[in-house]
Write a protein that binds this ligand. Structure first.
Ligand code: GLN
Length: 300
């Protein structure tokens, strides 16, 4: 495994195209795209690392996985009365389907669905308590307390996040936002601004992969369902392509991270901040493709 990861790093650095960092969040736009890290936790309890696996990056939409796990724990199946479970075929911040489908988001991983999920986590308490639950869950899942929110990144997105504000107000107009838009959005932006290393991310994915070394924080049924959604919706309108290339449930973020789950076999964290045109990590997707090919871990 170590040899495989080392050769993936070499192959990634041999290519010139690194994609482009997320331009709409100023704090992320200025990051050097030419960076890469990959970490793998295997079923025997070992971890393998290659590249900048100690470097913290903004997990952004990967946080939607942890918020979903927390929301399922808090409100259970009630969440599905507010969010569907279908791939959208649209970009992560699209408003088109939300209008057609009367404020009922397609899935919990597009922004509109994630805003509803965070709204469900927020009801009846202060934003800082909802955030403490998500952060606490991530720390528990990764066996590591050294994970924090980057307030500068959250503020940066808050300033420029007009699309997400539009989505929140649109949800509100259909009665599908139960808290003040500013409060839900503030919570959502801070949740997205959590920073992790790939080493921590791979550790956090063990519960979803059902590895024996993982803390028991999520039921088998919830893990299966979250994995199914990651497979079908985790890369937005690039989900089909990711399933085609990699064949494993994965969730991307515009910080360039990808969390990948090989059920019962491994949990994988990858990071490279340059994005492809879907807003998913360019080099990260290439690396996931190489790893899947080298290991035969595809679920298909
Ligand atoms: N915070 C980002 C946003 O809402 C997350 C998007 C993403 O990572 N795809 O736009």
């Amino acid at each position: 495994m170590q040899e495989t990861l080392t050769s993936i790093v070499a192959e990634i650095f041999a290519e010139d195209d690194w994609g482009q960092t997320a331009q709409y969040i100023p704090e992320l736009a200025s990051i050097d795209p030419k960076q890469f890290a990959i970490s793998v936790c295997t079923a025997d309890g070992r971890q393998f690392n290659a590249g900048s696996t100690d470097k913290r990056f903004s997990i952004q939409s990967i946080s939607k996985v942890f918020a979903l796990v927390a929301a399922l724990g808090r409100v259970g199946d009630q969440l599905w009365t507010r969010v569907s479970r279908e791939p959208s075929g649209t970009s992560f911040d699209s408003v088109v389907l939300l209008e057609q489908e009367k404020g009922h988001p397609r899935n919990p991983f597009v922004n509109a669905g994630a805003i509803v999920t965070t709204d469900a986590l927020l009801s009846g308490r202060e934003p800082k308590l909802a955030l403490a639950e998500v952060l606490g869950l991530i720390r528990q899942m990764s066996d590591c307390d050294d994970i924090y929110i980057n307030d500068v990144v959250a503020a940066s997105e808050q300033k420029t996040g007009s699309r997400n504000k539009a989505l929140a107000y649109y949800l509100q107009s259909h009665g599908n936002l139960h808290n003040a838009p500013d409060l839900t959005l503030g919570t959502y932006f801070h949740q997205c601004a959590i920073e992790m290393t790939t080493a921590q991310l791979a550790m956090a994915g063990r519960s979803l992969a059902g590895l024996a070394s993982a803390p028991r924080v999520i039921s088998l049924q919830h893990a299966r369902r979250v994995n199914a959604l990651m497979m079908t919706c985790g890369h937005y309108d690039g989900s089909g392509d990711f399933a085609f290339r990699v064949g494993l449930p994965g969730k991307s973020g515009v910080g360039g991270g990808i969390l990948i789950v090989a059920p019962k076999v491994a949990s994988i964290g990858i990071w490279s901040p340059g994005l492809n045109h879907y807003g998913n990590s360019h080099a990260g997707t290439r690396a996931a493709t190489m790893l899947s090919k080298a290991t035969n871990w595809s679920v298909f």
